[in-house]
Design a protein around this ligand. Structure first.
Ligand SMILES: Cc1cc2nc3c(=O)[nH]c(=O)nc-3n(C[C@H](O)[C@H](O)[C@H](O)COP(=O)(O)OP(=O)(O)OC[C@H]3O[C@@H](n4cnc5c(N)ncnc54)[C@H](O)[C@@H]3O)c2cc1C
Length: 325
């Protein structure tokens, strides 16, 4: 059986459970080889053996200041070439994704991300992915050698299959970190709350009119300390980030205040925001469905209403009642 590389992830010196899930999958595909970044203690090696790692390769960097991702990429690539492995498996978390992407480039190999299952097939590992919120399951086989696969947490239940692993050391020389870049200044990223869990959400739809127009939504959100949300239309047009999408295919939110701007209020959008305690809607069309669920409705052009709202908020901040002339 050909070896299968598994990138080991640890937390506070313990091997993460998701690594045991990867080893369980690796056993279906070949002989599991756990790839550990130095240092690996006896307890970690024993734990990896309990889940079937026949070999534990401890990767050490010959370059002192190489980062953990660079060491992992170099270790996986080196071992994949040496052992002619049948697959490389990593977790689908942030680090696993980055290592997998860079390893696939290094190997010139195909990559499948977020697999919810992997099983052997006549032409190599068959990966299963959920798409369209799980409405479809897609099966893929990577063409060419050495598929790199990131596996979603909980894809399989980790099942023990104890062996005593052989421990080997692998010394790699990751590329030197780029030294030609000098950081001149750092601008902190504006920290806006994410839509999920935000107390106030200011959301824009197609009625905002343009990406530049969306800056007005962001300005109002910042004035209220709110999260920025959007409809499918706004996200598809690239006016707001996809993780700002609210509705049936996006986030479901329960804020105290939801300010809907230029949003017609389709059933799909309402599915994500109808539980807000107070809904304020601004729309030029008095028959827009959003007004059926709004607590406060403003029939008007958001490009006039929102600047007026900002001015009132500014007056309020400067200590004067917004209602004073
Ligand atoms: C399977 C499926 C899943 C979907 N999932 C989602 C989802 O999760 N979330 C989602 O949002 N959509 C979803 N959609 C899309 C949804 O059906 C609607 O197409 C979408 O919500 C419409 O977005 P909108 O309100 O921005 O645009 P529109 O429906 O075009 O509404 C724009 C509104 O802006 C108003 N307007 C125009 N100019 C101004 C102005 N200057 N000032 C004030 N108002 C103005 C208009 O009167 C109109 O009411 C899904 C669709 C399908 C088929």
């Amino acid at each position: 059986m050909r070896p299968v590389l598994v990138l080991v992830e640890s937390h506070e010196e313990s091997v993460r459970d998701r690594t045991f899930e990867l080893l369980t999958i690796a056993r279906r595909l070949g002989d599991p080889v756990a790839v550990v970044r130095h240092p690996a203690d006896a307890a970690s090696v024993a734990a990896l053996g309990r889940y079937g790692a026949k070999r534990v390769c401890v990767v050490e960097s010959a370059v002192p200041d190489a980062g953990p991702v660079a060491v992992a990429v170099e270790g996986l690539a080196e071992l994949a070439w040496q052992m002619a492995v049948s697959a490389v498996l990593t977790g689908a978390g942030r680090e696993g994704r980055e290592v997998a992407a860079r390893t696939s480039v290094r190997l010139g190999a195909g990559i499948v991300t977020g697999a919810v299952d992997v099983h052997p097939g006549p032409d190599g590992p068959v990966t299963v992915q959920n798409v369209c919120d799980g409405a479809y399951r897609v099966e893929s086989v990577v063409r060419g050698d050495t598929p790199v696969i990131t596996v979603a947490p909980g894809a399989v239940a980790a099942a023990p299959a104890p062996v005593v692993p052989v421990v080997e050391r692998v010394r790699v020389r990751p590329a030197e970190p780029a030294r030609a870049v000098r950081v001149l200044a750092r601008t902190p990223k504006r920290r806006r709350p994410a839509v999920s869990g935000a107390a106030v959400v200011v959301a824009g739809g197609r009625g905002v009119g343009s990406a530049d127009g969306f800056a007005l939504i962001e300005k109002v959100a910042d004035a209220l300390g709110a999260a920025v949300g959007g409809t499918h239309a706004a996200a598809d047009l690239g006016w707001c980030a996809h993780d700002a999408l609210i509705g049936q295919t996006g986030a479901i939110v329960h804020p105290r205040l939801y300010l809907a701007c230029g949003i017609s209020g389709s059933v799909h959008h309402r599915a994500g925001m109808r539980h807000a305690s107070t809904i304020v809607a601004i729309d030029t069309d008095p028959s827009a469905p959003i007004f059926r669920i709004a607590d406060v409705g403003v029939v008007g052009d958001l490009h006039e209403v929102l600047p007026a709202l900002l001015a009132e908020l500014d007056r309020g901040r400067r200590g004067r009642s917004p209602w004073e002339a």
